[in-house]
Design a protein around this ligand. Structure first.
Ligand SMILES: Nc1ncnc2c1ncn2[C@@H]1O[C@H](COP(=O)(O)OP(=O)(O)O)[C@@H](O)[C@H]1O
Ligand SMILES: O=c1ccn([C@@H]2O[C@H](COP(=O)(O)O)[C@@H](O)[C@H]2O)c(=O)[nH]1
Length: 217
């Protein structure tokens, strides 16, 4: 594991905020809005980048892997990375390529910061990961809206066709959602209605600003 020490930050308390929710709920929309507001003062990590590489399996077969089961993600590595960031060390984060259903050859160096946002469908499902969060937010949206958004997003950005999206949704995405994602809503500190919720955004903006100014979570 690549770890580089950065002086000074190890003395600051790091606040880690988890943003979970079903596929298409608006997690990225909410997270990206906070990132756009705070810029480099906030670090964002996507659990999606920790999907396991499956280069040994041909692309045709990789489409049929269950990507909504907790075992499909290398959560051990994410836990180690968050602990390293909390100690003021930078990390080398994997980069996932959804169009090829595998990790890309690239990695990205992520520097420590006082506030870290972690986003993903299954981040509250893993107890070790859950225990690292100081604030847990769950983005809520109806299943019909989530699948409709996913259809558009996966066709426009992830190189999928409608038949493939529907079949994946019915065989793995939907059952795994009710088994592993939805139950974690009860573990959240705050449940927000939609990733485009202005009130929730203002509340979190004020909270993060306070942490950055006063160093507390
Ligand atoms: N409240 C909303 N109303 C309409 N479209 C939305 C809303 N929230 C998100 N979207 C759109 O739906 C798609 C999926 O949202 P995204 O934030 O990527 O979901 P997630 O990260 O939870 O999978 C994106 O194209 C986004 O622009
Ligand atoms: O290779 C892959 C890896 C993951 N997925 C799907 O991605 C979503 C999670 O991402 P969101 O941005 O939260 O939608 C998950 O439901 C997986 O099914 C994939 O299709 N292919």
């Amino acid at each position: 594991m690549f770890i580089r020490y950065r002086k000074g930050l190890s003395e600051l308390k790091t606040t880690i905020i988890g943003i979970a929710g079903g596929t298409g709920s608006g997690k990225s929309t909410f997270t990206n809005r906070l990132k756009a507001h705070f810029g480099d003062r906030v670090t964002v990590i996507y659990h999606d980048d920790y999907y396991r590489a499956h280069d040994e399996i041909p692309f045709e077969q990789r489409q049929y892997i269950n990507y909504d089961h907790p075992d499909s993600l290398e959560t051990d590595l994410l836990v180690a990375h968050l602990k390293a960031l909390r100690e003021g060390k930078s990390i080398e984060c994997p980069v996932y390529d959804f169009t090829r259903h595998t990790r890309s050859k690239e990695t990205k160096v992520i520097e420590p910061s006082q506030v870290i946002i972690v986003e993903g469908i299954l981040i509250f499902q893993d107890e070790r990961l859950r225990n690292l969060f100081d604030i847990k937010i769950f983005v809520e949206a109806d299943a019909d809206e989530r699948i409709l958004r996913r259809v558009l997003r996966d066709m426009n950005e992830r190189g999928r066709d409608l038949e493939n999206i529907i079949s994946q949704y019915l065989t793995t995405v939907k059952p795994m959602h009710y088994l592993y994602v939805e139950p974690t809503k009860n573990l959240a500190d705050i449940v927000i209605n939609s990733g485009l919720n202005d009130v929730a955004f203002d509340i979190m903006k004020t909270k993060i600003q306070d942490i950055l100014e006063n160093g507390e979570s």
